[in-house]
Each structure stands twice: as structure tokens, then as C-alpha cells.
Design a protein around this ligand. Structure first.
Ligand code: NBP
Length: 477
């Protein structure tokens, strides 16, 4: 049998589909799974889709690959990934490439890359987005690691990735943990996008008293314009779906507790570490946490008074348009914040990530794929060092167009007692970042008062401290 060009170990939903995608593109694919039954079922069910080289043992699997070996590890993130790497490494030769395509936390990827580099091996931490459907038909792929490894691997990954206008949704992201970092932020943005859509749905439901089916139609029409995206499209689909058992709208019979696997949490933790205000992602992550705060909700639901007003909507169409504009503006803020986070991490880690290219590879294959990502790529093409995506001429105009609507929606929601944490915090961020003067001056003065933390003055250079407990004279610090 001819040597396999690439291997996949870990054949659960993702690995199985990625292996099939590779085989369908004409690659000879070595396949292996800890439990052999999964390998056998892949061959039995899909063996005719291309050329697979199945192995029962890791030794056999490694031996079946041409050199330099390219091995995709697609197992549960965390300890299983380390276990698989530990098994593989003694069997590999200098120059071989191990690709972790699972959802690893980027510090783990940095650690693993350093360990394998010391052994003369390449380790590529690669984000893969698009779920099982994407893995099979073309995901968005975000590979990190060495440039040298990308020269060998890149053409294959680009080949199996999604394409938009003939352009692959895969590019080299940056050294060591950069690929998994960008995937993490992608997932964080996905949290924000989903929360914003959910808030828009809630506003339409509570503001208009609209049914799920009616709101489905609104989302369907929104998918024709600037908001066109996979998430808006599936929202319309979900809202239109009727539960077969009860005949009710499906969304109305689903328990209102959103779960999470952890990438949103990692993104927020990293935002805090970097000091980058990713408020949209944070609010989205906390909104999921609130939804799952069962004892707290039970304690509050009958005791905390709403003291709210009814929505006073006189023009149904105008309200729908306001919500659409507020959704778009909030979404731009969430993306702007996410791209800030990528820039900050890139600077801190020396990754040199091209943000325009990241927006380009998110246009297809992944969960946040959307028409407006083209606009982000264009913005970074105009100015690669753009300090704030919102300050790009296109986005400044697009958001400004929606600001009055955004203010109306957020204030109406507050008056009506409808929680819109992501809409509201995005508007607060917009007003904060554009403010000529912030009340941070008072905070810094308070800090100097109780902790002698010093301050800068607006009117002269230097660092100062006031003797608050003494004669209140000012000293140069
Ligand atoms: P899972 O995350 O459910 O992992 C199952 C796979 O891990 C099986 O192949 C299993 O082998 C293997 N495995 C485990 Br568990 N422990 C192992 C060990 N100690 N040694 C060797 N193999 C071990 O699979 P998945 O849902 O296909 O996801 C794979 C990766 O892709 C994950 O990192 C996930 O976060 C990521 N991802 C998933 C999606 C998605 O939509 N599902 C999307 C994007 C990324 P076994 O068969 O012998 O138990």
C-alpha cells in the first residue's frame, strides 16, 4: 500500500469528517483512533470516498505515513491531547509535523510547541471552526506554529478549507499559540454575536408581542442586508421550527439555560489579563452564566419587583428597524473589541497577526461567517495598524447611522425592564471610547487619596501626589 500523505488520529465526529474531507480531496489519509471500532466504522461507512489507510496501533499508524509526517490530532482537548502527543513523539523523526486541531487553550499550545521544537519536531496548534459540517465540507482553519511547517502543510489545509470567492478560509496565523488564540477569540465573538441576536429576538418578542414565527420572518429579511450571516440565517430557521410533540414554537419549549464549553470564559479571562475591554464577549459569557443561575433566579423571580413601564411602540416597522440598527452597531463593537484583543495579544507575544487576514478566513466555513467580514478585511487593508476598528471610515459611518436607534432601543429596554446586557454594554463602550473626558480622573484621585498611587496632571508633565492626610500640598512623586 502506498504511504499516506497525511494522518488523522481521533475519529470522533470532527476527526472522522476531517479525514473524509481530506480523502475526498484526493489525499491518501492514514486513520487511527484509540478505540478501533471508530476506525472500522469510518472505513465501513465511508471507505469508498477516497483512499484511507487504517491502523489499529499508533506504531502502525506512524509507519504508514510518508515523511515528513503530517499528523492531525483531533481528540478531546486537555489531557487526552497530551496523552496522544506523548504516545506519538517517540515514534517520530526530526521535521515531522504534529497538528493539534482540537480546541486547545493557547497557553497549552505554547507549552507543547516549545516541547516538540526541542525534539526537532514541528507542532502546529490549529483552530478549526465550523463544527462537524464544516470539518466535512470545508472549515475555517487557523493554523499557528512555524512558517516552515506551513509551507508543507498550508497547501493541504487551504485545499480542504472553505472557499469564499475562490479564496481559501485558511492562512498562516502566527507562531506557537497564535492559531489557537485566534480560534479562541473567534469563539468569544461567536458568544457575543449569539447573545446580541438573542437580545434582539427578546426585544421583538416583548416589544411587539410577536410570535416566534413572525420574528423568524423578520430575521429572514435581515439576512438579506448588512446583517447577512450564518447565525442570523440559523436563527430564522430555529424560530420557524415547530415542536412536533406539542405543536408549539420549538424555541418556546426549550429550557432557557445556555451552556458553555469554556472558550468564551477563556476569552474573557484573557481580555482581563491583557486589559482589553471586551465587554460584549464578557456580557455574553455572563448572560449564559446568569441563565444557569438556577437558585438565584428562583429566589428573584417572584420577589424582585420590575417597577417597569410597558413598551410604548406606536410604529411597528420603525421599532423593528431600530432593533436592526442597534443589533448591527452592537455587533460592530463586539468585533472591534475582539480584534483589539487579537492586536494586544499579538504585540505581547510577538505573533505579528494580520487582522485583515483573520477576518478574511472567517468569511466562510466558520460559525461567525458573515457578509460584513469583508468590510473588516478592507478596513485593515486601508490601515494595517488601525488602533480601533470602529474608527475606520466605513464602520464609523455605519455605526453612526444607527446610534439614535441604538439609544432608543437601549433606553426603551431599560424602561420596560427587558435585560439587554450586550446591547447596553456595547453602547456604553461606544460612548466611553469616544468620550473626550472620562470620570477616570476621579478614580485616579481616589486611588491617590487612599493608596498614594499618584496621578498625572492635564496641564503639566510629571507624576504627582497630594498629601491627603496632611496639609494637602502637592508633591512631585
Ligand atoms: P471529542 O472532543 O468528543 O473527543 C473524542 C475523541 O477523543 C475520541 O476519538 C476519543 O477516542 C479521543 N480520546 C479521548 Br476522549 N481520550 C483519549 C486518550 N487519552 N487517548 C487517545 N484518544 C483519546 O471529539 P470531537 O467532538 O470530534 O472533537 C474533537 C476536537 O475538536 C475537540 O478538541 C473539540 O473541542 C474540537 N472541536 C469540536 C467541534 C465540534 O463541533 N464538535 C468544533 C470545533 C472543534 P475514543 O474513541 O477511543 O474514546
Amino acid at each position: 500500500m502506498s504511504a499516506a500523505q497525511i494522518g488523522v488520529t481521533g475519529l470522533a465526529v470532527m476527526g472522522r469528517n476531517l479525514a473524509r474531507n481530506l480523502a475526498r480531496h484526493g489525499y491518501t489519509v492514514a486513520v487511527h483512533n484509540r478505540t478501533n471500532a471508530k476506525t472500522a466504522s469510518l472505513i465501513a461507512d465511508h471507505g469508498d470516498e477516497g483512499t484511507f489507510v487504517p491502523s489499529e496501533s499508533v506504531e502502525e499508524f506512524v509507519a504508514s505515513l510518508e515523511r515528513p509526517r503530517k499528523i492531525i490530532v483531533m481528540v478531546k482537548a486537555g489531557a487526552p491531547t497530551d496523552a496522544v502527543i506523548d504516545e506519538l513523539v517517540p515514534l517520530l523523526d526530526s521535521g515531522d509535523i504534529v497538528i493539534d486541531a482540537g480546541n486547545a487553550h493557547f497557553p497549552d499550545t505554547i507549552r507543547r510547541e516549545a516541547a516538540l521544537k526541542a525534539k526537532g519536531l514541528h507542532f502546529v496548534g490549529s483552530g478549526v471552526s465550523g463544527g462537524e459540517e464544516g470539518a466535512l465540507n470545508g472549515p475555517s482553519i487557523m493554523p499557528g506554529g512555524s512558517r516552515e511547517s506551513y509551507q508543507v502543510l498550508g497547501p493541504i489545509l487551504e485545499d480542504i478549507s472553505a472557499k469564499v470567492d475562490g479564496v481559501p478560509c485558511c492562512t498562516y496565523v502566527g507562531p506557537d499559540g497564535a492559531g489557537h488564540f485566534v480560534k479562541m477569540v473567534h469563539n468569544g465573538i461567536e458568544y457575543a454575536d449569539m447573545q446580541l441576536i438573542a437580545e434582539a429576538y427578546d426585544l421583538l418578542k416583548q416589544g411587539l408581542g410577536a410570535s416566534a414565527a413572525e420574528i423568524a420572518e423578520i430575521f429572514k429579511s435581515w439576512n438579506e442586508g448588512d446583517l447577512e450571516s450564518f447565525l442570523i440565517e440559523i436563527t430564522a430557521d430555529v424560530l420557524a421550527h415547530v415542536d412536533a410533540e406539542t405543536g408549539q414554537a420549538f424555541v418556546d419549549i426549550v429550557l432557557d439555560r445556555a451552556e458553555q464549553k469554556g472558550t468564551g470564559r477563556w476569552t474573557v479571562q484573557n481580555g482581563l489579563d491583557l486589559g482589553v475591554p471586551i465587554t460584549g464577549i464578557a456580557e455574553a459569557t455572563f448572560a449564559r452564566a446568569l441563565s444557569g443561575s438556577v437558585p438565584q433566579r428562583a429566589a428573584a423571580v417572584t420577589t424582585l419587583p420590575a417597577l417597569a413601564e410597558d413598551f410604548r411602540i406606536t410604529d411597528r416597522d420603525a421599532f423593528i428597524e431600530d432593533v436592526r440598527l442597534a443589533l448591527y452597531a452592537s455587533k460592530v463593537v463586539a468585533y472591534s473589541q475582539g480584534f483589539d484583543q487579537i492586536a494586544a495579544a499579538s504585540a505581547e507575544n510577538g505573533w505579528d497577526i494580520d487582522r485583515g487576514a483573520m477576518a478574511r478566513i472567517w468569511r466562510g466555513g466558520c460559525i461567525i461567517r458573515a457578509r460584513f467580514l469583508n468590510r473588516i478585511t478592507e478596513a485593515y487593508e486601508r490601515a494595517a495598524d488601525l488602533p480601533l476598528l470602529l474608527s475606520d471610515e466605513y464602520f464609523t459611518g455605519a455605526v453612526a447611522n444607527g446610534v439614535p436607534a441604538w439609544r432608543r432601543v437601549v433606553s426603551q429596554a431599560a424602561l420596560a425592564g427587558v435585560p439587554t446586557p450586550a446591547f447596553s454594554s456595547s453602547l456604553a463602550y461606544y460612548d466611553g471610547v469616544r468620550a473626550e473626558r472620562l470620570p477616570a480622573a476621579l478614580i485616579q484621585a481616589q486611588r491617590d487619596f487612599f493608596g498614594a498611587h499618584t496621578y498625572h496632571r492635564t496641564d503639566k508633565d510629571g507624576v504627582f501626589h497630594t498629601e491627603w492626610s496632611g496639609d494637602r500640598s502637592e508633591q512631585s512623586a
